[in-house]
Design a protein. Sequence first.
Length: 109
Amino acid sequence: MSTHTNVQIIEQDGKPAFAVIPYDVYLKLLPAEEVSIPHEVVGLVIKKGMNLIKAWRTHLGLTQADVAKNADISQAALSQMERSENKLRTATLKKLARAMGLSEEQLRD
C-alpha cells in the first residue's frame, strides 16, 4: 500500500502470523461484489423450468405489466423473452435489470 495505515502484526512462535488492518482498508481489498441469486430464484429455474427473467420477476412479486412499463418495452415483448431461451442483447438485459432493481449479471445465464 502506498499510504500509511494502522497495521498490527501478531506474531506466533516469534514470526509474523497475522496482520490486523482497519476495517475500511479491509473492505477496499475485497473483490468486487459477487453475483448472488437467491435459492428461491434458482428453484424456480430448476423445478419450474422458468428462465431467469421470469424467475426473478415471480420471486419479486412483479407483474409483466410492471416490469414492461419500467423497462420501457411492451408486455408482449417481455412475455416473449420469458418464453424464450435466446440470449438477450446487453441493452435489453440492462433495461430489465434496472426495471427489477437487479444487476445485469443477475439476469445472465
